[in-house]
Write a protein that binds this ligand. Structure first.
Ligand SMILES: [Zn+2]
Length: 589
């Protein structure tokens, strides 16, 4: 009670509480056996910050507005038990040679501060912060401790103990650490895990929706053990440290089967670097309807993959989702009465009912030789992972002409360039014309988190950048959106918008659901070029890519950027995402 009176007097003196109000609070306090400070906040007499500021002033201590929990070293911030920290509303935020830094909500509770001094064996350099801020910081630091590695807690044991762990056969902490890397990657939907030796430490980065994020750091001395552990899991040679190696790990995490492709390479830092790609079955095996095709593209694509013969090509850079699209196509036509053979490098996912052959160039099993063998296996549909050379292209053409449907990928920026690429490989234009029935170009764009995306009025410049100027592509957007579209002085009247208004686009926010990233997952943007008579004539004449593209557009093809614009209008993604994904997709007028 005396303590509460002291606190009350301080608060009155600093103008936080009126003396009259205080008397009423004292009564409540005795009745409820509550703390005065808590009652002041509950009764909305003053905020926790007001109370803390008054206490700081009274005790001549610095007042802090906020605590950067990320900057608190975990081993320092969590050395005291969490219960102690919470009940004393006190957190240790740092330590130097001769003192320890702490923030507390109530500097009058000297017992807690004495305990800190005793635990660290150093005087306490104290600051005062609002109770809620201190508690929040305590929670954040302990959360970090939980997700952080076991290695870190081992590091805290000091030099001698560290050496013990490395030297001894007890590698359980390493195993736990590596396992937790996978568990966290799955939780955060990472597609790749990079483990990289830096000068002083090991850095782990995750690729999530195409972007790399630093996830953890560990002392560099652990790198050899981590590399060894990963190599054991992937069935690689531990002793070989000078050559790159590739392997594979099959895991089950939280009931989900995950295949991990492991690649190690030696680096100049005298340590190997590891990149692991996680293949989630659910991500790889999607239905054609789930890929985000506009309705024209979906219907044409469904039509193409059910044709009895012809070549369908999917183009785009590495990591643009081509394999997912090909698998979705195979999924659509996969029936007991259809013989489907694939040659892949490597086989990303085994699909029931389909015969998949991993290409192994080392032993001479190339795409071309696999394809040649397939023709003797009475196939209906053949998928070739990639058409890289003339030989593969030749056999694919032959397969198509003898009544097979062939699906493959090609490295070109857009759909129209596929024809010129094949001709450049040495294929006769008439063969290209006869066999290729459709080319799909694609990219992936990040999908805005639906929980925190922020609407705003689009600018004319953005519309321009998306190729939605008043002239050439207006009719295209009209058709896509199914309503009137005008801009630049010409009336612009989408449904539900007022005269002259600009469309509403969205930008990324950041919330708990998306871990502050503003995006969740990715979707494709597509350009589907049908090899119709108009396009066919140009192919026969060996026309350039741009002419073919223009002709296809006149036939109703949406370019990558058009489809991207459509997805910006829908609120699926941002202008920046589409522009970044379609840099090369510029039409020369
Ligand atoms: Zn969000």
């Amino acid at each position: 009670m005396l303590q509460e009176r002291v606190l009350g007097n301080i608060l009155v003196r600093h103008g936080v509480v009126a003396a009259e109000t205080l008397e009423g609070l004292y009564d409540q306090q005795q009745e409820k056996r509550a703390h005065l400070a808590d009652l002041i906040v509950q009764n909305k007499v003053a905020s926790e910050a007001d109370v803390a500021r008054a206490l700081a002033a009274e005790c001549c201590l610095p007042f802090v507005e906020s605590i950067d929990a990320e900057a608190v070293p975990i081993e320092v911030g969590t050395r005291l038990p969490i219960g102690f920290c919470r009940s004393n509303k006190l957190i240790v935020i740092g330590e130097s040679e001769d003192e320890v830094y702490a923030v507390c909500a109530d500097p009058l509770v000297t017992d807690g501060i004495d305990d800190v001094r005793a635990a660290f064996g150093k005087p306490v350099n104290l600051r005062v912060g609002a109770g809620e801020i201190v508690v929040e910081a305590i929670n954040r630091v302990y959360e970090r401790k939980e997700t952080a590695s076991d290695l870190r807690s081992d590091e805290e044991l000091g030099d001698e103990d560290e050496r013990d762990i490395l030297d001894s056969d007890d590698d359980a902490p390493i195993i736990r650490w590596v396992n937790s890397l996978f568990a966290q990657a799955v939780k955060e939907r990472a597609s790749d895990i990079h483990i990289e030796p830096e000068e002083k430490e090991v850095v782990v980065r995750y690729r999530i929706d195409g972007e790399l994020y630093i996830s953890r750091r560990a002392s560099r001395q652990f790198m050899p053990s981590v590399v060894a552990r990963v190599k054991i899991m992937a069935g690689l040679n531990i002793a070989e440290k000078r050559l790159p190696q590739d392997g594979r790990i099959s895991l089950k995490i939280a009931g989900r089967a995950i295949d991990v492709r492991v690649s190690t390479i030696p680096t100049s830092r005298d340590q190997e670097r590891i990149v692991m790609r996680l293949l989630h079955k659910t991500n790889v095996l999607m239905d054609l309807t789930e890929l985000g095709f506009a309705s024209r593209d979906y219907h044409l694509m469904s039509h193409l993959v059910t044709r009895p013969n012809g070549i369908v090509l999917v183009t785009g850079p590495t990591g643009s989702g081509k394999t997912t699209t090909l698998y979705a196509c195979l999924n659509k036509i996969n029936r007991p009465n259809v013989n489907i053979l694939t040659a892949e490098d490597p086989v990303e996912y085994e699909i029931g009912g389909i015969h998949q052959v991993p290409v192994q160039a080392k032993i001479g099993l190339t795409f071309a030789s696999a394809l040649r063998a397939f023709l003797r296996q009475d196939p209906d549909v053949i998928m070739v992972g990639e058409t890289r050379d003339r030989e593969t292209a030749d056999i694919a053409m032959r397969a198509s002409m003898t009544g097979h449907l062939v699906l493959s990928t090609l490295h070109t920026n857009d759909a129209s360039s596929a024809f010129t690429r094949l001709v450049d490989m040495g294929i006769e234009p008439f063969l290209v014309r006869t066999t290729v029935i459709g080319v799909l170009a694609q990219r992936l764009v990040r999908v805005l988190c639906p929980h925190c995306k922020q609407p705003y009025e689009a600018s004319l410049q953005e519309l321009e950048e998306l190729g939605c100027g008043p002239d050439r592509t207006r009719w295209r957007i009209n058709r896509q959106l199914g309503h009137a579209y005008r801009v630049h002085g010409v009336p612009y009247q989408p449904v539900g918008w007022t005269e002259g208004a600009l469309p509403i686009f969205h930008r990324a926010g950041g919330c708990e659901k998306c871990e502050g990233k503003g995006f969740i997952g990715r979707k494709g943007i597509y350009e589907l070029l049908m090899a119709d008579d108009v396009v066919g004539q140009l192919v026969l004449k060996n026309a350039d890519g741009q002419s073919i593209k223009r002709a296809a557009q006149q036939q109703g093809m949406d370019t990558l950027r058009d489809d991207g614009a459509h997805k910006v209008f829908e609120g699926t993604t941002t202008v920046a995402e589409v522009l970044a994904a379609t840099q090369e997709d510029v039409i020369e007028e």
